[in-house]
Design a protein around this ligand. Sequence first.
Ligand code: ADP
Length: 555
Amino acid sequence: MIPRTTVFVNRFSRTNPGERAAPGRRAGGVSGLAPAAADVPGAGGPASRGPGARRTIRAVRVIFVAAECEPWAKTGGLGDVVDALARSLARVPGALDEPVEVFLPRYRSVPVPRDRPVETLAVRVPDPRAAGGSGEIVIRSFEAAGYRLRLVDHPPAFDRDGLYGNARGDFADNAWRFGLLTRAALETRRAEGRPLDVVALHDWHACAGVLQRDLVYGPDPLIGPAAMTLTIHNLAYHGWTPRARVAQIGLGADPPAGDGWGIDLLREGILRAEMVNTVSPTYAREVLGPEMGMGLESQLRSRGARFLGILNGLDQELWDPATDALIAAPFDAADHSGKAACRADLCARVGFEAADPAPILGVIGRLDPQKGFDLVAGAAPALAAGGARIIALGSGDAGLVAGMRAAAAAFPGRIAMVERFDRDLARRIYAGADIFLMPSRFEPCGQGQMIAMRYGTPPVGRRTGGLADTIVDLHEDPAGGTGFLFDEATPDALRFACERAIGVLGDRDRRRWDGLVRRAMAVDWAWERASAPAYAAMFRRAMAARRGDLGAPAR
Ligand code: ADP
């Protein structure tokens, strides 16, 4: 399976000094956003009464449009975050008027549940490929643990192997597929006559929605006034649509958007959404420069205070070693002795000697240059020769793991490369490894290092983006460290950081390692504590901007 459409060649930054956290807390937070919803000018709704009136704040009606949502469809953290954020917003007092509705394609791999009521609605949706210019799309809606999932069921678009493409590459009609997704979401609310305040667009797949609002639905009393926010989970994927394919988006053959070569959907989203955010404060700063901005740095800068970073949380109920039924033994921060059984179980599953005390380094991720599997491959022979063992789990572009395959072949029983998407094995690696590797070249936020910490597996991460916001280096902060950071995106820098971690793990005096594990497990990642309220505040600010209450956009 091919991951999200890559359209831009990245240039990587070398060092990114990050924020540091106080012990037991995560470092990141929100950048660039007034914290309290009540501070937002014009955050009120219909209760506003003329100039100077104090506006009462009312809850908002929000829909999400996204290409992934766990457990239904996931290739990486986008799916985790869409699910957890939608659920956690319902737990923020006063944030929502109704549960979030998440519009998700019904891919071939997405089952319609049989264990709960499913509502079916046929909606007529403008479709450039349909005879007569519009076609019927079925929306299947049901409760999904704290929000309402609305599957956009249109087999010609979504009943295929792969979410974004197949072994031959990205689907050539992705602009049509995802343009139809956003159009179906907007048309569903129109058909139901249910107004909405905010459409939260996630990544480029949803960005056609803001073009559709601006170029088609402006006069529509329901869609026209809706504010739109764009959350950038990964700036590397733009949804670049060449002019020859622009008609697929469903805005006519030559809409007044983009430029001569076509439409960069993410760029349109950045420029047109009322508010734009990415998923950590450090990444939000990094992308304003040419090294990390993926060609969109000037557009992001042009948004001024309308662009901010909100650090992701983690769903601490879904990711909990005390209740995780898939791992060999439960454990928690107070008593992590169960990790030994998890470690032995993991060894047995990948053909490692369970009784061998040699440290186990785990790495899990999409096979994408971003994730640094090549750095792991470069460091692996020296690490293995030095006594360490490595278990890597990755899915996506198999061409990217030739180095890991070679390392695994050279060190059987010491290096394992598992090439598939395997939720269960991922949990067993988080629980059973000693150290988790996250050598990302860039990292908008990262869920992997948070999950690893929660499962008592201190991460070795590159000091970039959300990794810098979530990992506190043990040697820089001996009393507060939760992991290990390194700067250069090289195999040697990764290896040295691994050797530092292995050194502490191997100390005869266990107190330093045990303290590290205890602190890593104790970090509070709860979405509803900080991140979800920050999204609620952003939604209100977007509504104010849509009404014109924030003045002209900072372009
Ligand atoms: P990204 O969003 O860039 O993919 P994150 O670290 O934010 O990276 O999220 C990755 C998520 O996807 C985590 O939940 C991780 O466990 C999961 N994941 C990635 N690759 C695999 C795989 N091959 N098998 C199972 N889970 C995977």
